[in-house]
Design a protein around this ligand. Structure first.
Ligand SMILES: NC(=O)c1ccc[n+]([C@@H]2O[C@H](COP(=O)([O-])OP(=O)(O)OC[C@H]3O[C@@H](n4cnc5c(N)ncnc54)[C@H](OP(=O)(O)O)[C@@H]3O)[C@@H](O)[C@H]2O)c1
Length: 390
């Protein structure tokens, strides 16, 4: 064994895989150690109160390990709920990264690049790109140690036309919209559905999938000063009708009847809750289905008894994490289908505000990006984009 290898193996046996290091800016050391930074939380609460930036080092990939570098990671509502401690899946709080308090890294979705692989890794090589296979991995960090099981590889040819942002945001929102439009009501070409939160990531994906599949959409948004601009934007994606929450009345019902040739609407997608959702449900035809996938208003979904009794309304919930874990092959096929739409230029990425995360980025800037995602009417999804971390 050479001196360098002996030194490395001595180091490996004396150090945990992750070591806390003082903050500095070089990302790869002489012995292949990667200096990483991660947002972490050790207690649940508002992100601005509980998030901290932590520096540590990662030893060279060994055996089944893969060292990954994050390229882009969005800030989704579920990530915020996880930090608040009100989401069903929560990564365990541990000291694996060398934090003084047991901590977790937030973030569920990301595009990553493989930096190095251990000798037993079969399907990945340096430079490969991948998505996180399951939620709760912890993606708001520059680098991590993973295994092949944590990753879904993306074929290189996809990157000729697909942007890093499209790939980093495909697993949660477009996949959720895709399943909800396919799995609850058999919609034929020309059929209509209605959705609230229509300007959200999921809403925009649903509008575009509907356009591609020949479906029609009624899209509910909250009123705002730049409403015309938003309407123009959603219309350019393929929205057929855009209304505000205040316009959910009898007049709209007559209009929907006319637009649908008397057939009415049999599918509603709900991510809001409270009054706005009850008003949306009142727009539906007999035997319609409401799929609740979010609760942005943080209010319960109230369904008038008459909707169940006289209209035989069906209500469901949908959670893409559960669906994906139960249908790994279906998830692969769905991603392939969506990527093909993106390659054909049919599916636009969500409007984003890129928050560049470099070795020098301060904790305060990262927390401000998270805070911006919590405020409503932002219009843009906050995404961490990593630079200078090769
Ligand atoms: N079940 C699942 O598997 C699944 C998967 C993906 C997402 N989701 C859920 O879907 C929802 C949307 O996620 P996203 O990533 O698409 O969101 P996003 O792009 O971050 O957009 C958030 C949306 O929520 C709206 N909103 C915020 N507060 C609201 C309120 N009080 N009343 C009405 N609308 C409000 C925003 O409208 P304004 O522009 O008016 O602020 C915007 O349309 C979230 O609840 C998320 O947790 C669920």
């Amino acid at each position: 064994m050479s001196f360098r290898l002996r030194t490395l193996s001595a180091l490996r046996s004396s150090l945990p895989r992750y070591t806390t290091i003082p903050s500095c800016t070089r990302y790869s050391s002489t012995f292949g150690y990667t200096q990483a930074k991660a947002l972490v939380y050790s207690q649940y609460g508002p992100p601005s109160d509980v998030l901290k930036l932590h520096s540590h080092s990662i030893s060279p990939a060994y055996g089944d390990e893969v060292t990954i570098r994050f390229l882009a990671s969005p800030i989704n509502p579920a990530d915020i709920n996880q930090i608040e401690g009100v989401y069903p899946t929560r990564p365990p709080l541990t000291t694996a990264l060398g934090t003084t308090e047991p901590s977790a890294v937030p973030g569920n979705e990301a595009l990553v690049e493989v930096q190095s692989v251990g000798a037993n890794v079969k399907n990945f090589k340096k430079g490969d790109r991948a998505l996180m296979r399951h939620s709760a991995f912890g993606t708001w960090r520059t680098h991590a140690s993973a295994t092949e099981k944590n990753l879904t590889k993306i074929d290189d040819s996809k990157f000729s036309k697909i942007t890093d942002i499209q790939a980093a945001t495909v697993s949660v929102n477009p996949c959720t919209a895709y399943r909800m439009l396919k799995d609850f009501v058999k919609l034929e070409k020309g059929d209509w559905f209605i959705q609230n939160g229509a300007n959200s990531g999921v809403g925009r994906a649903a509008i575009q999938l509907a356009r591609i599949w020949g479906l029609k959409s009624v899209n509910i948004v909250r009123s705002r000063p730049n409403l015309d601009e938003l309407k123009e934007d959603l219309t350019s994606l393929g929205a057929d009708l855009i209304v505000t929450e205040e316009e959910l009345g009898r007049e709209l019902k007559s209009k929907v009847k006319e637009l649908t040739g008397g057939k009415g609407i049999r599918l509603a997608l709900n991510c809001v809750g409270g009054r706005a959702t009850t008003d949306m449900i009142r727009q539906l035809a007999d035997e319609a289905h409401v799929v609740t996938y979010g609760g942005m208003a943080r209010q319960p979904v109230i369904v008038p008894a008459s909707q169940y009794i006289f209209k035989d309304l069906h209500t469901h919930g949908f959670w893409v994490s559960r669906w994906s874990d139960q249908n790994p092959e279906g998830k692969r096929e769905m991603l392939e289908d969506i990527f093909n739409m993106m390659l054909k230029g049919e599916f636009k990425e969500v409007p984003v505000e890129k928050n560049i995360w470099t070795p020098e980025t301060k904790e305060k800037e990262l927390k401000e990006a998270v805070d911006r995602s919590v405020k409503g009417f932002g219009g843009k999804k906050q995404v961490f984009v990593f630079e200078g971390t090769e």
